[in-house]
Write a protein that binds this ligand. Structure first.
Ligand code: ADP
Ligand code: ADP
Length: 237
């Protein structure tokens, strides 16, 4: 089964906004698939449907062969890591604690809030921090004392905490200095390869999509308007 399958997805928000219209897309395991489009195209809405942070009003979402429904949502969410545009760290907590909150779907919020992390998770957090290039001396610093690029490294480490099969990255470099955007995307791609994860990543910069994507799916006004490789995109342009 594909890692992610969107079947004839439609979305109308309660205020009447039509965000997605008849979008179908299969993302095979191991692919780095970029959702490309301008602001308002529907990228975020589609991406968030893969872990049911958004619900479709039409169509089905199937994750690793299982229908994503309120009943299957909890176990499926444990298989998915998420990387956010604005990092979504808890600023007053340490870098180490932020990385370990990636284990929340397995531990539950009570233990995470109490800071009760098994030693194995502490070891894992240190290992991930090193693999995304975080300085070990920064592990005990407050997350909000780091630069944006360093904060996103924390966000990436957190997303991989539970060995996710799937990583959703919602405009992961939109809040960053363009000079470090490539470094961060390369890091997401390389971590995904090493850890065998499928990535669905939204971007609005065509150059970055061309450089990093195995496949580009372009959305415009809630419709899928292109689906192919970067080379095919160039031939279509
Ligand atoms: P993108 O990620 O490509 O910027 P979004 O998925 O955020 O696109 O938005 C798609 C469309 O849906 C836009 O017109 C946006 O304003 C609208 N939209 C997004 N979230 C909501 C919401 N909660 N309520 C109403 N409209 C929304
Ligand atoms: P992004 O650019 O990351 O898609 P936005 O700034 O468009 O983010 O949206 C931020 C938040 O506001 C999201 O939770 C989105 O669902 C919500 N939102 C976006 N457009 C609308 C809208 N027209 N009405 C209500 N909520 C919206």
């Amino acid at each position: 089964a594909p890692a992610i399958s969107f079947r004839k997805i439609g979305k109308r928000y309660p205020d009447g906004t039509r965000a997605l219209d008849d979008v179908s897309l299969d993302v095979p395991r191991g692919q780095f698939c970029v959702l490309l489009g301008p602001s308002g195209a529907g990228k975020s809405t589609l991406l968030r449907m893969a872990n049911r942070l958004a619900e479709p009003t039409e169509g089905r979402v199937i994750i690793e062969g299982r229908d994503l429904t309120p009943r299957t949502m909890k176990p499926i969410r444990r298989r998915i890591g998420m990387i956010h545009q604005s990092f979504n760290l808890v600023g007053r907590l340490s870098v180490a604690a932020n990385i370990m909150t990636g284990a929340l779907p397995a531990l539950g919020p009570a233990r995470v809030l109490a800071g009760l992390f098994p030693d194995a998770l502490k070891t894992k957090a240190c290992m991930l921090a090193a693999s995304v290039g975080l300085d070990p001396a920064h592990m005990s610093r407050r997350a909000d004392s780091l630069s944006g690029g360093q904060q996103q490294r924390v966000g990436i480490a957190r997303a991989f905490m539970l060995d996710p099969a799937i990583v959703l990255a919602d405009e992961p470099v939109a809040s960053l200095d363009p000079r470090i955007s490539s470094d961060i995307l390369a890091l997401i791609r390389d971590q995904a390869r090493v850890r065998g994860a499928t990535v669905l990543c939204s971007l609005h910069q065509i150059e970055l999509a061309r450089t990093f994507a195995d496949r580009i799916v372009a959305l415009r006004h809630g419709r899928l308007v292109f689906d192919g490789t970067p080379a095919e995109l160039d031939r279509n342009a």
